[in-house]
Design a protein around this ligand. Structure first.
Ligand SMILES: CC(=O)N[C@H]1[C@@H](OP(=O)(O)OP(=O)(O)OC[C@H]2O[C@@H](n3ccc(=O)[nH]c3=O)[C@H](O)[C@@H]2O)O[C@H](CO)[C@@H](O)[C@@H]1O
Ligand SMILES: C=C(OP(=O)(O)O)C(=O)O
Length: 428
C-alpha cells in the first residue's frame, strides 16, 4: 500500500489569492479507458490531474500491455494501446480505484474478454455494478463469477459478438453510463441507453469518443443513442476542470472567511451546490474562466439533499458538512447516493462538532468552534472535509489515512499554502 500519508493543518488563517483547479478525476479515468479502445496511434490527454488514481490507472494500463507515459510536469498522459495483451485487471492495482472498471469495454472489444480480480474506490457502503453487468449481458456478453483460492470473487466477462440493444440504468449511474456508451461505441448496430447520467464528465467523455470516431447523440438528455462503428482512432484531448476540486476550494474560502480566484472553475458545473453555498453566505462572480468567490458575512445553516447532476453532488456532501459546523443554526443533510459517507461525523466530533446521525440523515448543530485533533480520512471526500475543518480549527489537526485524499486532489498542501494556509503533507 506504500507509505502512510498524513496532513498536518494549523487553522485560523484566511485564504486569499489565485488557485488553479485541476483536471477532473472523474473525466480523465473514463478517458483512459476510452484511449485503450484505439488499436493504433497514441492518445494524448492534457490537463491530467496528478493524483494517485491516475498513477494507478497508468500502472493498470501497463499491466494489460499498453504503453502509458505520464508526464507530470506537463500534466500530459500519452497512451499507446496497440499492444494490449492481457484481459486480467489484477487485484493489487484494480482494487485501489473505482475507475479500474472503466477499462472493461476496451478489454471486451480488443481482447474479447475481461477478468476482474477486484474493483476499488472509496468504501462508501454498498456500491453495486449490476447496471454495468446487465447492460453488457443485454449486448450479448456472458458474465460469470468464481471464487479464487484466496477466497476473493473473480468476475469473468466474455464478449462474444457485442451488438447494440436497448439498455438502461435503474438510476443514472455515472460510470455505468460511461461503460455502456463505450461498450456500444464498437458494437454492431445501434444502442439506446435510457436514464443515462447527465454529469459534465460524462459529456466530456462523449466528446473525446466522438473525436475518436464514435457516433453518439443525446448526451445530457438522459437518452443516449450510440451507432456502433468499426474502429476508434487515437486523438488529443484536454480534460475538463474538476468541479469537485473547485467546490472544495470554494468551501476553503468560505470556511476561512477569505476570497479566492479559481482559475478554470465553472459555476454552472456546481449545479445546486452553488445555490446552497450562496444561501449560506458565499458570493460568486464568474469572469470568463475565473470564478471569484468570497465569504465575509455570517454563515447561515443549510438543508442539503444529494442527487445526481445537476443536483447537489454527493462528493461535495462531506465538505459542506464540515462547513455547516460553523453555521449559525442547525443544518440538515440527507445523503441519497451512498450509505457509508457519515463516518466523517465522528471525526468532526473529535474536533468539537455536534452532529446527530440517523441512517442517511444528519443534523449538524452549528455553530461550534472547531479545535485541532488527530482524525482519520475514511474516504476521499472525508479527507477533503477534514482539511477544511482543519483550516478553521484552533490549533493543529492531523489527518491520517490521507492516501484517500491524494486519490483525488493534486498538490493539496502546495496549493493551499500558496493561498496562506499552514499545511504540510508527510509520508512515511
Ligand atoms: C470514478 C467516478 O466517476 N466516480 C464517481 C461516480 O461513481 P460511480 O459511477 O461508482 O457512482 P454511480 O453513479 O454508479 O452510483 C450511484 C448509485 O447507484 C448505485 N448503483 C450504481 C451502479 C450499479 O450498477 N448499481 C447501483 O446500484 C450505487 O450503489 C450508488 O448508490 O459517481 C459517483 C456519484 O456521483 C461519485 O461519487 C464518484 O466520484
Ligand atoms: C467516490 C469517489 O470516487 P470513486 O468512485 O473513484 O471511489 C469520490 O470521488 O468521492
Amino acid at each position: 500500500m506504500g507509505h502512510e500519508v498524513r496532513y498536518r493543518v494549523r487553522g485560523g488563517r484566511q485564504l486569499h489569492g489565485t488557485v488553479f483547479i485541476q483536471g477532473a478525476k472523474n473525466a480523465v479515468l473514463p478517458m483512459i479507458g476510452a484511449s485503450l479502445m484505439a488499436a493504433k496511434g497514441r492518445t494524448v490527454l492534457r490537463n491530467v490531474p496528478i493524483i494517485e488514481d491516475v498513477r494507478r490507472a497508468v500502472e493498470l494500463a501497463r499491466a494489460i500491455g499498453a504503453k502509458a507515459e505520464l508526464h507530470e510536469t506537463e500534466r500530459t498522459l500519452v497512451i499507446d494501446a496497440s499492444s494490449l495483451s492481457s484481459p486480467v485487471l489484477p487485484a493489487d492495482i484494480a482494487s485501489r480505484f473505482r475507475g479500474s472498471f472503466l477499462f472493461v469495454p476496451a478489454l471486451l472489444h480488443r481482447l474479447g474478454e475481461a477478468v476482474i480480480e477486484g474493483v476499488g474506490g472509496c468504501n462508501l457502503g454498498s456500491r453495486n455494478l449490476d447496471f454495468h453487468y446487465n447492460g453488457f449481458k443485454r449486448m450479448g456478453a456472458t458474465v460469470t463469477e468464481h471464487v479464487a483460492d484466496n477466497g476473493d470473487g473473480i468476475i469473468h466477462i466474455k464478449a462474444g459478438d457485442l451488438r447494440g440493444g436497448t439498455l438502461y440504468c435503474d438510476t443514472p449511474s455515472h460510470t455505468g453510463t460511461e461503460n455502456l456508451i463505450m461498450a456500444a461505441a464498437l458494437a454492431h448496430g445501434t444502442t439506446l441507453i435510457k436514464n443515462a447520467a447527465l454529469e459534465p464528465e460524462v459529456l466530456d467523455n462523449i466528446a473525446i469518443l466522438q473525436a475518436m470516431g464514435a457516433r453518439i447523440s443525446g448526451g445530457g438528455t438522459g437518452f443516449i443513442t450510440v451507432e456502433g462503428v468499426d474502429e476508434l482512432t487515437a486523438v488529443e484531448h484536454t480534460v475538463m476542470p474538476d468541479r469537485i476540486d473547485a467546490g472544495v476550494f470554494v468551501m476553503a474560502a468560505a470556511i476561512t472567511g477569505g476570497d479566492l480566484n479559481l482559475v478554470g472553475a465553472t459555476l454552472e458545473h456546481l449545479g445546486v451546490a452553488a445555490d446552497k453555498l450562496e444561501q449560506m453566505g458565499v458570493e460568486f462572480h464568474q469572469q470568463g474562466a475565473v470564478l471569484q468567490v468570497r465569504r465575509d458575512r455570517t454563515l447561515r445553516p443549510i438543508n442539503v439533499i444529494t442527487d445526481e447532476y445537476p443536483g447537489f453532488a454527493t462528493d461535495l456532501q462531506s465538505p459542506i458538512m464540515a462547513l455547516s459546523c460553523l453555521a449559525e443554526g442547525p443544518s440538515y443533510i440527507y445523503e441519497r447516493i451512498f450509505d457509508g459517507r457519515f463516518k466523517l461525523a465522528d471525526e468532526l466530533g473529535k474536533m468539537g462538532a455536534d452532529i446527530e446521525v440517523d441512517g442517511n440523515r444528519a443534523k449538524v448543530n452549528g455553530p461550534r468552534g472547531l479545535r485541532g485533533a488527530e482524525v482519520e480520512a475514511h474516504d476521499l471526500r472525508c479527507g477533503s472535509a477534514l482539511v477544511l475543518a482543519g483550516l478553521a480549527a484552533e490549533g493543529e489537526t492531523t489527518i491520517t489515512s490521507a492516501y484517500y485524499l491524494d486519490r483525488g486532489h493534486a498538490h493539496t498542501a502546495e496549493r493551499l499554502s500558496q493561498l496562506g494556509a499552514e499545511i504540510v503533507r508527510e509520508a512515511g
